[in-house]
Unconditional design. Structure first.
Length: 171
């Protein structure tokens, strides 16, 4: 469980460490047990004559930013990885276009009974997913999308419990 204080420390460190000219707005920092994902919002491009042209211009801007900042991002990531003992991944948002450059795909083991395996196999057979692992990831994304408010409330409650534990007697 990552406490609110730990999240604030990580956000604060990145806020002080990231170059100001990299961001149109404060970086979005997301943290779990394994990874810190830093998503930078960079200036949007001028709108093209069509939505397709604008989207491609945004993708090109994201790609250029990735190449232009690679060395400096890697140096910041190495520093943060030593400091917080987590992998650091990067992404950008340009207008409505979001792109993750690098991110961790952590294996997760689970035991499923036949009815749950049949759900995954249906998704694979229908071409929604390439494998059971992809189908399970798809299901997790779907639940997160539809249960975001509930999950946010649950994470907040867990964070409060962690904060209360830290204030209690130490063993």
């Amino acid at each position: 469980m990552i406490t609110d204080e730990a999240r604030e420390r990580v956000r604060g460190w990145f806020s002080g460490r990231l170059p100001a000219d990299w961001q149109d707005a404060p970086a979005e920092i997301s943290i779990d047990r394994d990874e810190i994902v830093v998503t930078l919002q960079i200036p949007d491009v001028e709108a093209g004559e069509s939505d397709a042209e604008t989207e491609e211009a945004r993708a090109g801007r994201a790609s250029a930013f990735r190449e232009e900042t690679r060395e400096q991002r890697m140096a910041i990531a190495r520093e943060a990885q030593r400091r917080y003992e987590r992998t650091v991944s990067w992404g950008v948002t340009v207008g409505g276009h979001e792109e993750l450059f690098t991110h961790l795909a952590a294996p997760t083991m689970t035991r499923l009974r036949q009815p749950q395996r049949q759900v995954l196999d249906t998704l694979v057979d229908a071409g929604v997913a390439r494998s059971r692992a992809d189908a399970l990831a798809w299901c997790v994304r779907l639940v997160a999308q539809h249960e975001d408010d509930w999950l946010t409330e649950l994470r907040g409650a867990m964070s409060q419990v962690a904060d209360v534990r830290t204030k209690g007697p130490q063993a």
